[in-house]
Design a binder for this molecule. Structure first.
Ligand code: FES
Length: 228
């Protein structure tokens, strides 16, 4: 893992929005008195949701809120790669999975396309709209290759479908997430091959239960409860 440093370009200040502050207080209230520092990760995440990234003034503000040394909050923010340490694109943060299953299904072409369309990885695009990263497996290997754009997964991508999705983000009209080929969840390409019998879902296979497993045995002479 590479060293993660704060951006040299920092805002003068940071302030919680009322909504973010309310959520931060809720997180703090989940922990016992004196343990409020346990809320540092969700609060940094709230900061990132508010600003798009975690700035140095934000780290100071979070430390003050939680009564922590600033260096401790800095350590958390720089350790976890989910925290962005410099401004990200105004329209999309693109994270392309480059791990083996995605690489075998064309991720390298998506990465080459990001370089061509957005620019070098881990930098803002020239127009400030996009920022892209190569990341490790995001657990959607069955629908490889895939990319997370902001908070959602876009799967079964080709360069063409990926480019069209980026066009929509650039136009401010993000496409609904999911498979670019209409795959249902993580079912096989072409549709589910198992559990496809409708009778599994219409209740016709349901049978009355005569006795519950592990129920106490009826005492001698007692009649068994009739099936309803
Ligand atoms: S390898 Fe890409 S999501 Fe798992």
């Amino acid at each position: 893992m590479s060293v993660r440093r704060l951006s040299p370009n920092q805002p003068a200040s940071f302030a919680f929005s009322p909504e973010t502050k309310e959520k931060a207080e809720w997180w703090i209230s989940k922990f016992p008195a004196g343990r409020q520092q346990s809320a540092v990760i969700p609060i940094l995440w709230l900061v990132q949701k508010q600003e798009g990234w975690v700035s140095e003034p934000a780290i100071r503000t979070v430390a003050e809120l939680l009564g922590m040394a600033q260096i401790r909050v800095l350590e958390v923010a720089t350790f976890y790669t989910m925290f962005m340490l410099e401004p990200v694109g105004s329209h999309a943060l693109v994270q392309v999975c480059g791990t083996t299953p995605c690489a075998l299904r064309g991720a390298n072409d998506l990465i080459a396309h990001c370089k061509k369309r957005i620019g070098p990885k881990d930098h803002l695009s020239a127009d400030g709209k996009f920022y892209w990263q190569e990341v490790e497996c995001m657990g959607a290997c069955s629908n490889a290759p895939m990319a997370a754009i902001d908070d959602y997964y876009y799967e079964d991508l080709t360069v063409e479908s990926f480019d069209a999705i980026l066009d929509e983000f650039a136009a401010g009209k993000p496409r609904a997430p999911g498979s670019a080929i209409g795959r249902q969840g993580a079912a096989p390409d072409g549709g589910p091959l198992t559990l496809s019998d409708p009778s599994l879902y219409d209740g016709s296979r349901a049978k009355p239960i005569k006795s519950l497993p592990n129920a106490p045995k009826p005492s001698k002479g007692a009649k068994e409860e009739p099936a309803s």
